[in-house]
Design a protein around this ligand. Structure first.
Ligand code: XMP
Length: 325
């Protein structure tokens, strides 16, 4: 019988057996999946686990602070924060192709984890090797990265199809058979607070796959502002639970003519992509109240420099995926 209790007991036993007395690291992204995976592994092996939060500069506003605060407060886990902004920006320079971006981001994550691994070993050299990497990979991630049987590769999720070939870590992926709603139930059973468990999904590659075009610091800053406004207004309108997630996308390679203040502007469009879904495998665009859309549009065009147009994505999945890249 499927119960969250059974899933937890089974996984805890399997992880203990797999890891033995060795050590593991777990990448935390601030999202639900990696938080639940980390809590599960912590339950199994306690202080043999160190969590690593990679600040790749592709995060939304205040995300880093939230991980440092909420997750550590909830679990007491050992956390290592790595500032890798320059490294990711350098690796992404000049790249516009979505799959190439995904592969670069997946690879850079692993390189940073290897660096963290070396540091953890240096800090406690006599101890057991750090051999395992915990990831919050879900069933849909596996399927859509082409890992399931008979399915096409739709996009390389950063932690599945985006992994480098020379990966030396042994992977622990305790959520690999679960859907998001099941992961949320497991997280709640493990005692994680609602602020973590009920968070809307946010992809590991972050804003890097929400800039259509090359990723630069200026574009990230601009998108971060627009995204923060959209999230603030959605929360104010009480829509957080009705909407599965709402990617905010910058069409960096598109410009259109506008009229703002004293004259002509030639700026970029921002796309709002609110979707309703059960498991992200399929989705429908959310019929959001017009006044909330109007508020978001007015604020973004007034407050974010270089943006003179806000458009709404009214495509379901299929044919559109949730993210634009
Ligand atoms: P798509 O765009 O494939 O997205 O319809 C389905 C769900 O997966 C999230 N997503 C990702 N999550 N790493 C992640 O952790 C990724 O590389 C990735 N790509 C997409 C997306 O936000 C949506 O919830």
């Amino acid at each position: 019988d499927w119960t969250t209790g059974n899933v937890i007991d089974e996984q805890v036993a399997a992880i203990r057996e797999q890891v033995g007395t060795k050590r593991a690291i777990c990448g935390l992204s601030g999202g639900v999946d990696s938080a639940v995976a980390a809590a599960l592994v912590q339950k199994a092996i306690g202080s043999q686990l160190t969590c690593v939060y990679v600040d790749h500069g592709l995060m939304r506003k205040d995300e880093t602070e939230q991980v440092e605060k909420d997750f550590v407060a909830a679990t007491g886990v050992q956390l290592k924060v790595v500032d890798a902004q320059e490294r990711f920006l350098a690796a992404l320079a000049g790249v516009s192709d979505p799959e190439e971006k995904r592969k670069i981001i997946g690879r850079e994550f692993i390189r940073v984890f290897e660096q963290a691994q070396a540091e953890i070993i240096a800090e406690a050299p006599g101890d057991q090797p750090v051999e395992f990497l915990v990831q919050g990979t879900l069933y849909p991630d596996v399927v859509e990265s082409g890992g399931g049987t008979g399915t096409a590769n739709i996009k390389s999720h950063h932690n599945v199809g985006g992994l480098p070939e020379d990966l030396e870590f042994k992977l622990i992926e305790p959520l690999r058979k679960l859907f998001k709603d099941e992961v949320r139930m497991v997280g709640a059973e493990l005692g994680l607070p609602d602020e973590i468990v009920q968070r809307q999904p946010f992809p590991g590659p972050g804003l890097g796959i929400r800039i259509v075009g090359e990723v630069t610091k200026e574009r990230l800053d601009l998108l971060r502002e627009a995204d923060a406004i959209a999230r603030e207004e959605l929360t104010k309108a009480g829509l957080d639970r009705d909407i599965w997630q709402c990617p905010v996308v910058l069409l960096a390679d598109v410009r259109s003519v506008g009229v703002q203040g004293d004259g002509r502007t030639y700026g970029h469009p921002i796309v709002l992509r609110p979707v309703s879904s059960e498991d992200a495998m399929t989705a429908d665009w959310t019929r959001m109240p017009y006044d909330v859309l109007a508020k978001i549009s007015t604020r973004i065009t007034n407050e974010v420099a270089d943006v003179n147009r806000v458009v709404l994505d009214v495509t379901s999945k299929p044919p559109g995926t949730i993210e634009w890249e």
